[in-house]
Design a protein around this ligand. Sequence first.
Ligand code: GTP
Length: 591
Amino acid sequence: STLENIRNFCIIAHIDHGKSTLADRLLDATHAVAERDRMDQILDTMDIERERGITIKAQAVRVLYPREDGEYNLNLIDTPGHVDFAYEVSRAIAACEGALLVVDASQGIQAQTLANLYLAMEHDLEIIPILNKIDLPMADVPAATEELVELLGVDPDDIIKISAKTGQGVPEVLDAIVDRVPHPETTEEETRGLVFDSYYDPYRGVVSLVRLVDGELKKGDEVKAMRADERFELLEVGCYSPKPTALPSLRAGEVGYVIAGLKDIEALRVGDTVTRVAQPAEKALPGYAQALPTVFSGLYPTEGDDFERLRDALSKLQLNDASLFFEPENSKMGFGFRCGFLGLLHMEIVQERLEREFDLDLIASSPSARYEVVMEDEVRIVTNPSDLPEAYLEIREPVVRATLIGPKEYVGQVMSLCHERRGVQVGMEYISSRRVQLTYDLPLAEIITDFFDALKSRTKGYASFDYDFKGYEVSDLVKVEVIVSGDIVDALSIIVHRDKAYYRGRALVEKLKELIPRQQFEVPIQAAMGKRVIARETVRAYRKDVIAKCYGGDITRKRKLLEKQKAGKRRMKQVGSVEIPQEAFLAALKL
Ligand code: GTP
C-alpha cells in the first residue's frame, strides 16, 4: 500500500458510549473476522476486560477497505475510556492522524468525552464527530447535536448518526475515515518507529506495537532502541488483522508489531524509537511524558516465600504498563512492594492481573496519596502513611482540577458533594440549555475514595467527572493509626484532614469490626492519633470450634464449611496474631 491509501485512526469516547461495539462493527463491515472466530468484542482480548466489559489496553487492528477509488488500509487503534487510563489514550493518539469522537446520543457529552477530545486536539488529529445509539428510545439526537456543534464548531451535517448495535450508519463512518482523515506523511529516509505499546508474551517474548513514521522495518533487520541504546534482531514483523499476521515488512505510515525476542524485558520500552543499525536515524521521535502514579499501596504475597515471584511478575507487567511503579517495602505484613497506580481502578486491575496471569495471592494495604512533607533540611516524599514523621514544618497534598458535567437540576447536589470533599469552585458554565459543566479544585485524597460512587448516587448516574493533576497545596493533615490486638497495623494507617480525623477514625474502626472475622480470642480494635486513642471496638471471640460442631454431622456441610474457609483465606493476611481480610485494608475508602 502507498501512503495515500493508509489511514491511522482511533476511537475516543466517554466510558460505555460504544467504542468497542463500533470497533467490532467496523471489523464486520470489512469482513476482517472469519465467522467462526467471532466473539463479542473482539478487541478486548484480556479476560478481565471481557468480564468487566471495559477496555484496558489499547489495541491496533488493520483492516482492508476496498472502494471504487482504490483499496484502503485502515489501522484502528482502540483506546480505553476510564479516567485511570488516560495515558493509554494519549499514546494511541500519537500514532494516529484522525479520531472518531463517539458520543452516546442518549447521554450527550460527558467528562471523558472532553478529556479525550482535548488530548486529540493537542495532537492535531482530525476529529470525526459521531452520535451513537440512535436506536435507543431515550436518544435525543437534536440535543446531543446541539452540544457537539457548540463544542466543536462543526456543521451539524458533519456529525454522523449511527447505531453501532444495528450497524446503521457504519458505512458512512468508513467513508468518512477515508475522506476526512489525512493520510500519513513521511519526511526522513532513515527508519524511525514509535513504540506505542508493548507486552510480554510467554511464547514469543516481548511484542511491541509500532507506528512506523519513516523508513521500513523487515524481518531479520538489526535494529536499535534509540533511548535505551540497545541493539537486537527482528525475529518477526506483522500486523493484527485481527489475529497476528506476519508481513515481509512494515513501512512508513503503517502500524504493526515487531518481535525482537528479547530476553531483557527492559529493552524496548513504550515511547522509545526503533531505528535500523545499518542506517540509523539521527534524532529519536518525541516519546511520551511519563504517567505519574497518584495512588500508592503495598502489595504483599499472602505466602511469604512468593516475594521473588512477585518481583518478576511486576517487572513483566510493567513492560505492558509503563505507569506502574514499584519498589521493595518491608512492614508488619512482611516483605512486599510499595506500588504506585494511576487510580483505584488501575490498582484493582493490577492486583487482579498479577493474581490471574502470574498465579499469585496478594493483599493490598490501605491506599494512600503522595504527600510532600517539609522538614527543617529536606522535603520528604511520603506514599505510605506509616512513614509520616512525627514532627515537620508542613505537609502538602496533591490537588486536582476536576471537570463535572451533569443536568442542571443536579448542580446543587454536585456542589454540596464537592464542598464536603474540601473542594473549591473554580468555574461553572452551560454546555447546552440543559446541562452544566462545573470546575472544582479538589484534594486528590478526597476523590480516590468513594467520590465517584457518591457522585453517581446523588445525581442518579447523570453526572460524569474527570480530572487533571494541578499541584501540591499545604494542608492540615494528620495520621490516624489502627491498633489491632495491641499492635499498630501499619498497612491500615491513613492520612486525613485534621477536621475529619475523629469522624474517620470512628467510622474506620466500626467498619473494621464488621470486616475482621472472629478469631479464637477477643480482638480489640482502636484508632489513634499520636498517643491518643480516638475510637475503640471489639471483635468478640468464637464461642466454640466451628469444625468440632460439625463432627458426626452432615459431611457435605463440613466440606462446604472448609471450602468456604479456604476461599476466604485467599485474600487474608496474618498480621501479628490476627488474620485480616483484603476488604479491611480497603475499608478506609468507603467510610
Ligand atoms: P469501554 O471500553 O468500557 O470504555 O466502553 P465502550 O465505549 O467500548 O462501550 P461498549 O462498546 O462496550 O458499549 C457499552 C454498552 O452500550 C454495551 O452494552 C453495548 O452493547 C451498548 N451499545 C453500544 N452501541 C450501541 C448502540 O448503538 N445502541 C445500543 N442500543 N446499545 C449500544
